[in-house]
Design a protein around this ligand. Sequence first.
Ligand code: SAM
Length: 309
Amino acid sequence: MEPGRLSINALVTAYSRAYHSTHDSPKIFNDALAGRMLAEEERSLLEQALAGLIKVVNPNLASTGPDQATALACVIQNQNGPITLSRSRYAEDCLERAVKRRVRQYVILGAGLDTFAYRRRDLLKRIQVFEIDHPDAQDSKLRRLARLGSGFPPQLHFLPMDFAKQSLIDVLWRSSYNPQEPTYFSWLGGTYYLTREVVFTTLRAIARMAPLGGTVVFDYVDQDAFSAERSAGRMRVMQAIASEAGEPMQASFSPRDLPRELQMLGLCLQEDLGPAEIEQRYFRGRKDAYHAFEHVHFASASVMNRKPR
Ligand SMILES: C[S@@+](CC[C@H](N)C(=O)[O-])C[C@H]1O[C@@H](n2cnc3c(N)ncnc32)[C@H](O)[C@@H]1O
C-alpha cells in the first residue's frame, strides 16, 4: 500500500459495488452509496484502468477492439465483481441474523470504503460499529466522508491499525469496544493480502476479545490458488493484478485443516462455503457473467468457551 493512500484493492472493490448497483439486475448486493465514496476524476481513471484489463481478463474479446463500456462490464462481471459482491452479501446476511440474536457490536476489519454504517441506519439503532483499517486507508476514508458532508453517526467508531505491526487486542482495549457485549466481526478481502501468521494472530485476538458465542466471518483462498498446476485462470489473473498494484496476495488456507487451526486459536468453524455452494446461493439463474470465483471460500466461526493464551 502506498503511504498516505487508500489501498488500490479497496478502491476497486468499492468501484465494483458501485458498478453493480447502477448497471446490473438482479442485485447480488446493493450498495447504492458506494459510488459516492469515489471522486469523479478517480472514478473515470479507475474505469479506464479496469477496462484496460480486458487484455488479460478476456484476450479474445480484447482482440475485437470493444468500447470502454463493453470491456468494463466484462472485467467487472468476470473478474472484480463476483468475490466482492457475494462476500458482502454473505457477511451482512449473517450480521442481520446475529443482530436478531442480540449482537450489539459490529467490528469491520479492513473496512476500506464499506458504507454499512450509512446504508443501514436502521441497524445502527441497535449496534455500535467499529471500523478498523490501516491508518493511511482510514485517513483517506475520513477525508472522503468529510467531503460528502454526511456527518458521522455517534454509533460509528474509527480505529486505525496496521495488522502487521499492532495488536488488535490493544486497539480494541483502548476504544469504547466492550468485551462483554455480544459481538460480530467481519473481515472481507483482508486475509488474502497478509501472511498466515498475521491472519492467525488477528483471529486469536478476536477469540480473546469477544465473549462466548461471538462470531467472525471472513473470506479466504484455498491452497490450490497458488499452485501452478491447479489454480484457475482468473485466480492467476487476480494474483498478477494484485502484484502489479503492489499489494500481492500472500496467504492461503486448506479447508481441511482450517477447523483444527481455528480451534487452536479458540474459534469453532461453523460454516465454510466453497465455490460450488457460493454459486448456488448467490449466482444461480443469473443471465450475466457473474459466477462464484474459483478457490474462494466464505467462513464463519464462533468464539469458544476456552480462551486461547
Ligand atoms: C481488498 S480491501 C477490502 C476492503 C473492504 N473490506 C471491502 O470488502 O471492500 C483490503 C483492506 O484491507 C486493508 N489492509 C491491508 N493491509 C492492512 C494492514 N496491514 N493493516 C490494516 N489494514 C490493512 C486495506 O486498507 C483495505 O481496506
